[in-house]
Write a protein that binds this ligand. Sequence first.
Ligand code: HEM
Length: 152
Amino acid sequence: MSLSNEQIKLIQASFSQVAPIADQAANIFYNKLFEYDPELRRLFKTNLNEQGKKLMQTLGVAVGALRDLNALVPVLEKLAIKHLDYGVKVDDYTPVGNALIYTLKQGLGSAFTPELKQAWTSLLKVVFDVMRSAAYPNFNPNTYKNHKSYNH
Ligand code: HEM
């Protein structure tokens, strides 16, 4: 797994801007996620505030560890397997990724430059490829086609 040093710096700086408004960011994220894909709402059983905190914490750990992405692989693999029990399907990563990008755009405003968007999109592709590969035996990152798409 690899991202350029420049991309890593951009992602880390942008996340530190969103971290102080993590509660709001989580709120924006879930509203957008359920707008994109109302079906996903029924997968979430716990309090969304709690869930949002966990999501932001985990993202924070991942963002902090970007310089050693390989060390993250087993963590992400485990997390992906756990997500099978939550009922998460291979296509569900797409709305989650899109809602995250939307949240960053809302949270960062004009600081969300095209380069930053590209850096986050690259990171999400790496993370989702690892998670999907671990959890869905038929998943092949080279041939996988998204079955869900969104405009934002
Ligand atoms: C970047 C990728 C993701 C990260 C970092 C992440 C993180 C987390 C974390 C930390 C938890 C808490 C429990 C645990 O440790 O297993 C969790 C639970 C959960 N996640 Fe994710 N997740 C990701 C992707 C997804 C996707 C694509 C979906 C699809 C809708 C999803 C849906 C859920 C659900 C339904 C739960 C359980 C909530 C509940 O029990 O109410 N996650 N996730």
